[in-house]
Design a protein. Structure first.
Length: 256
């Protein structure tokens, strides 16, 4: 399939020789002033093309290393290595949601319902998406369907360490792209690389705006307030039932 509007860097990246060299890539973003963000991701070289070293899936539990830069991430994906948005304290830390220190990015997995050409033409993706690459099942039969399958990576303008806030951000993006996999909802989710992937969009300067973080904070607080109101209402109803029961018991004693 021929996809137009490919970023020049993505074409170069698809053809260049892969290597394991790491570098720090400072990305300039704008809020009230210019800030420098060293965007970091997690990768695991103990698995390649969904096959863990020695076929031991325990190798995916630890050995998560940190790399810096969206271009480095794209190289690691093309080499087939597993990636993760969440950052762990060290390579010996087990990959658990509770162990994630934070994240600089959100990954979305598109399995059906949105073509690559549609994604590349989407204004939101053009403006804010840092990386679009095909997944291992792209244009292959899966659940009886052959279609475009790919991932979107959105860099965040700051490190998000609040798990609830991060998951609220994912909810916002899934609502924006309802065809994305709703199971990919936390920072400890594994995204397998593959050596046949196509890098179709690579924009190191693209970040989700701060307004999205503010919106996620607002919606998260609204959800918490709603839950607190429901809790108080349940307690009020419980107390009302108890008072009614005491009143009925008192009336029964008095009438006897």
């Amino acid at each position: 399939m021929n996809h137009n509007n490919f970023n020049d860097k993505s074409q170069v990246l698809n053809n260049e020789n892969e290597n394991h060299s790491h570098f720090h890539y400072n990305n300039i973003i704008e809020k009230k002033s210019i800030n420098f963000v060293d965007v970091t991701f997690s990768i695991n070289r103990n698995v390649r093309n969904k096959t863990p070293k020695d076929n031991n899936f325990e190798n995916l539990t630890t050995n998560w290393q940190q790399i810096s830069g969206i271009e480095v991430l794209a190289n690691e994906i093309k080499q087939g290595f597993a990636t993760m948005a969440g950052l762990l304290p060290n390579v010996n830390t087990r990959r658990l949601k509770a162990n994630v220190n934070g994240s600089y990015a959100v990954f979305l997995d598109i399995d059906d319902g949105l073509t690559i050409n549609e994604a590349l033409a989407n204004p939101f993706i053009q403006k804010y998406c840092s990386l679009l690459y095909t997944s291992a099942s792209h244009q292959k039969e899966k659940n009886g369907i052959i279609c475009d399958r790919f991932r979107l990576v959105f860099q965040l303008p700051e490190l998000i360490t609040d798990i609830e806030l991060y998951e609220q951000l994912i909810k916002l993006l899934i609502a924006t792209f309802p065809n994305s996999d709703k199971a990919c909802k936390d920072a400890s989710r594994i995204f397998y690389g593959n050596t046949e992937t196509q890098i179709l969009l690579l924009n190191s300067q693209a970040f989700l705006p701060y307004e999205w973080i503010d919106k996620a904070k607002q919606e998260l607080q609204e959800e918490k307030d709603k839950q607190e109101q429901l809790k108080l209402e349940k307690e009020r109803q419980k107390l009302e039932r108890q008072n009614r029961k005491l009143t009925n018991n008192y009336d029964g004693e008095f009438s006897s």
